[in-house]
Design a protein. Structure first.
Length: 105
């Protein structure tokens, strides 16, 4: 199952969107992995609760964690509209996704 995390590293002042598909059995394992790397996890999602926005699902690399986007500073809260429905979304660099497809505006 695909897991996605948006995280912020205060000391480095960077934000990332990371995916994994098979490296961890549970989303919480992925979250702990990122926390152990010094990141504060801001959003954590499974493929069945999120909308990909403008980030295409990755090919499966079951032994890897995949960096999807990064930038200096914190992630940006934004909106994303799909099929006439506007959702609360998160943006890192130019990549946007909807962490929880039930969070509409």
């Amino acid at each position: 199952m695909l897991f996605r995390i948006t995280a912020y590293h205060k000391e480095l002042d960077i934000s990332v969107i990371m995916d994994c598909d098979g490296k961890f059995n549970y989303l919480q394992q992925f979250s702990l992995y990122m926390q152990n790397k010094g990141f504060m996890v801001l959003e954590q999602d499974k493929e069945d609760t999120m909308l990909n926005g403008n980030i295409k699902p990755p090919k499966s690399y079951p032994n890897n964690v995949i960096l999807r986007a990064c930038h200096y500073g914190r992630p940006i809260d934004t909106t994303f509209t799909q099929n006439g429905v506007t959702y609360k979304a998160v943006q890192v660099n130019r990549k946007i996704y909807v962490p929880d497809k039930d969070r509409t505006i």
